[in-house]
Design a protein around this ligand. Sequence first.
Ligand SMILES: [Zn+2]
Length: 147
Amino acid sequence: MMRRWQMMRVPLRALRRALRLRCPACGYGDLFAHGLRLNDTCPYCQSRFERTPGESLGGIYLTSVMTLLILIVGFVIFDLALDADASLFVAFWIGCVLVFNLFLYRTARALWIAISYLHGGVYPDPDYEREYYAPPEKHSHARQRSE
Ligand SMILES: [Zn+2]
């Protein structure tokens, strides 16, 4: 039982970091520079988030599927419970889909990057140079080496 839990630790940690929109490898760097702009590499550990451009856009598929499911459930509720006008319904749901996708966009990409990380696809470029020092409590050896 203990071993099983330990096997789940790395995936769970990566997913938790993704939900916080942080680098799945180190948990320190932000995935997004601002708004919807994805950083090329982690500002902290320099892990490259996408080996090929637009790789994590696969996350959009996840969002689309989730949106579709919610749409179907919503349709049934709307149709059965509320006897609303059809055009009102369509307008309402188009609005919902847009808002929903916009909110989920970053999370979906972050989750996709986390999945990619768990398959070994997120790591620093071989020639990277660290720009920042690690927090002293966890990586004190990095500081000593720089002297
Ligand atoms: Zn990182």
